[in-house]
Design a protein around this ligand. Structure first.
Ligand code: GRF
Length: 223
């Protein structure tokens, strides 16, 4: 047996909803573009479409309903045990709508990613598309970042920038942003799987080069 054999990166995906980002990852694995194995999909909400997407792709699923736990700490402890049973090298938050405890984020530091629908550090938190419109922004977008204890505050890896158009409402803008989500999340995960992307001293590095504060920026070439 060769000693240089490369192990496929084992990925656990956490979801709370529709799972369109999960689908982009499933599709990337299916085409061979994304060199990872999605070993489990875990949802904190029952009956979400993301669980159906996972089951359709033959991926093991787990439901851990946060409503059944006394507090955030108890839920995060159980979530950690559930995740770690799959022995993943990377945790991917794909529309996982939970605030995480510091213990949880510390446990997965440098090996947990999130996607947030804004050009971070602008518009952390919820309702980002409406807030970008209300603020009169001419550009908006999406960021993939490493997860740290600070909500939507970890080092940025890659951002896609889209225009805000005069007749936009939050729904139209969200669709434009989501098309880019499905491009940049597989890209960031591929970088990580290839060993090109690392978090070093609290900063994101790509191929040994420090990334700028906004991450690697991509301008979407569609309106
Ligand atoms: C996406 O907009 C993502 O940016 C945000 O939650 C949403 C998840 O959508 N974090 P989906 O479940 O992947 O369709």
């Amino acid at each position: 047996m060769s000693t240089t054999e490369v192990k496929t990166l084992r990925v656990v995906v956490l979801i709370s909803g529709s799972g369109s980002n999960l689908q982009a990852l499933i599709d990337g694995v299916a085409t061979g573009d994304l060199p990872v194995e999605i070993v489990a999909v875990i949802s904190n909400r029952p009956d979400v479409f993301g669980l159906t997407r996972a089951a359709n792709a033959g991926i093991p699923t787990a439901l851990l309903d946060h409503k059944g736990f006394a507090n955030r700490e108890a839920f995060d402890q159980e979530l950690m045990s559930t995740i770690d049973a799959y022995d993943p090298g990377l945790i991917v938050l794909a529309g996982f709508m939970r605030i995480l405890t510091a213990e949880f984020t510390q446990h997965y530091l440098g090996r947990m990613l999130n996607i947030h629908p804004s050009l971070l550090p602008k518009f952390q938190g919820l309702h980002t598309h409406q807030r970008a419109i209300d603020a009169g922004e001419s550009q908006h977008g999406v960021t993939v970042h490493f997860v740290t204890a600070e909500l939507d505050g970890g080092p940025a890896i890659v951002q896609a920038v889209v225009p805000v158009l005069p007749n936009d409402d939050a729904g139209l803008l969200a669709k434009r942003v989501q098309r880019q989500e499905h491009v940049i999340y597989p890209l960031a995960i591929k970088w990580f799987a290839q060993g090109d992307l690392k978090m070093v001293d609290g900063k994101a590095e790509l191929k040994g080069e420090l990334l700028p504060a906004c991450g690697y920026q991509i301008k979407a070439n569609e309106p």
